[in-house]
Design a protein around this ligand. Structure first.
Ligand code: S3P
Length: 452
């Protein structure tokens, strides 16, 4: 991705009656992993439904730079993998643009190899903490060169033979869990990862699907112990990726808050580690019907019919729910701005180190657009106005998005139900995760204009 390209502000205006049926693009977490594991596994992997966002395409380029053959034929992505343990040394730095997941998981995947790999990214990614990945890699014998505070650019050089470790993940992070497991693929013996609370489980499920020798044990307190036998064989798979629940969140909340709306979103991933937003919105009185639930590729998938709803506050979202909706808090805060009463969100410390400090970016954007809210160290309280009266920006006001796609999309959704328009300072980075956002929203009847 060209770094920090020219910004394109966008403005969303009050709309009515969103209607129609859409499909959102494939799940981003699964798309990254499908390319990585397909690129690593021996033989052919065929993927349909891949998210073709910039973040994921950067992972594809990185896997190609390490020896995988990847091409798109018709609707299918076809990968010829190198075989576990056989990645090639990349000749140039691997550029992950805006993508935390791509960069962090790939550091685990290739960092333990006995050659140099260098990781770079855009301004947002270069500010994000990488120590959470680099520390377990150091324990496995990886030499790390990085700028101050373990930020990108980072250069890794693995040992002759990596040491398998037992690692207790100190924060709720699927990226950290996954990076250690991926490093374990190339270490002899058993790598053990213990996570105190369940986070998205795509790595475990998909690695098992590719043939890894992996077990998961959950104790009575919900603590999960994942054991992976290293240096096993992985074989190519056929993967059909369902719609991303994190992208679904934007049209879904838009339909709830825009009066007279009735939309259907097809083929949405309903893995229970990803459905915290739907549960929370239902507690707030949202009319979300879950239709045609079925199992596809080992995961629950369903269609969602969403109708505009009188949302009620008075709900406290508990800290334990955060991992199952970690990327959805900005748009939940927007839903809360249209709910009667107060919505309280707890356990948000991880929001401060996403593509931006999302807790402060959301608070600042809400206040700018007339919403009463309070930011705590790791919490947010929003007092809503159901009819959107008085909400929205003054003529010259602009939400600062800090290169964060989810901040941009959340505030554009807010503008669809606010009395006054909501303008964001940039919308280019929406292409990292949801390139079809503008087309799909406009097709549903939303009024959003992009400048430039
Ligand atoms: C992801 C894990 C989460 C999430 C990110 C995708 C993944 O990050 O926010 O968008 O695919 O593993 P953390 O591991 O930092 O919570």
């Amino acid at each position: 991705m060209p770094h920090d390209i020219h910004p394109r502000p966008a403005t969303a205006r009050r709309s009515t009656n969103l209607s129609g049926t859409i499909r959102v693009p494939g799940d981003k977490s699964i798309s990254h992993r499908a390319l990585m594991f397909g690129g690593l596994a021996a033989g052919e992997t065929r993927i349909t439904g891949l998210l073709e966002g910039e973040d994921v395409l950067n992972t594809s380029k990185a896997m190609q730079a390490m020896g995988a053959k990847i091409e798109k034929i018709g609707a299918e992505w076809i990968i010829k993998g190198v075989g576990n343990g056989a990645l090639l040394a990349p000749e140039a730095p691997l550029d992950f643009g805006n993508a935390g997941t791509g960069s962090r998981l790939t550091m685990g995947l290739v960092g333990v190899y006995d050659f140099e790999s260098t990781f770079i990214g855009d301004t947002s990614l270069s500010k994000r903490p990488m120590g959470r990945i680099l520390n377990p890699l150091r324990q496995m014998g990886v030499q790390v060169k990085s700028s101050e505070g373990d930020r990108l650019p980072v250069t890794l050089h693995g040992p002759e033979t990596a040491s398998p470790i037992t690692y207790f993940v100190p924060m709720a992070s699927a990226q950290v869990k996954s990076a250690v497991l991926l490093a374990g693929l190339n270490a002899p013996g058993i790598t053990t990862v213990i996570e105190p609370v369940i986070t998205r489980d795509h790595t475990e499920k998909m690695l098992a699907g590719f043939g890894a020798d992996l077990s998961v044990e959950t104790n009575r307190d919900g603590v999960r112990t994942i054991r992976l036998q290293g240096q096993g064989k992985l074989s190519g798979q056929i993967i059909d990726i369902p719609g991303d629940p994190s992208s679904t969140a934007f049209p879904l909340v838009a339909a709830l808050i825009v009066p007279g709306s009735d939309i259907t979103i097809r083929n949405v991933l309903m893995n229970p580690t990803r459905t915290g937003l739907i549960l929370t919105l239902q507690e707030m009185g949202a009319d979300i019907e879950i239709l045609d639930r079925c199992l596809a590729g080992g995961d629950d998938v369903a269609d969602l019919r969403v109708r505009s709803s009188a949302l009620k506050g008075g709900v406290t979202v508990p800290a334990e729910r955060a991992p199952s909706m970690i990327d959805e808090y900005p748009v939940l805060a927007v839903a809360a701005a249209f709910a009667e009463g107060a919505t309280v969100m707890l356990g948000l410390e991880e929001l401060r180190i996403k593509e931006s400090d999302r807790l402060s970016a959301v608070t600042e954007g809400l206040k700018l657009n007339g919403v009463d809210c309070t930011e705590g160290r790791d919490s947010l309280t929003v007092w809503g106005r159901p009819d959107g009266k008085g909400l929205g920006g003054a003529d010259d006001s602009e939400v600062r998005t800090h290169l964060d796609h989810r901040i941009a999309m959340s505030f554009l959704v807010m503008g669809l139900a606010s009395e006054h328009p909501v303008r964001v300072d940039d919308s280019t980075m929406i292409a990292t995760s949801f390139p079809e956002f503008f087309d799909l929203m406009t097709r549903l009847g939303a009024t959003i204009e992009v400048e430039g």
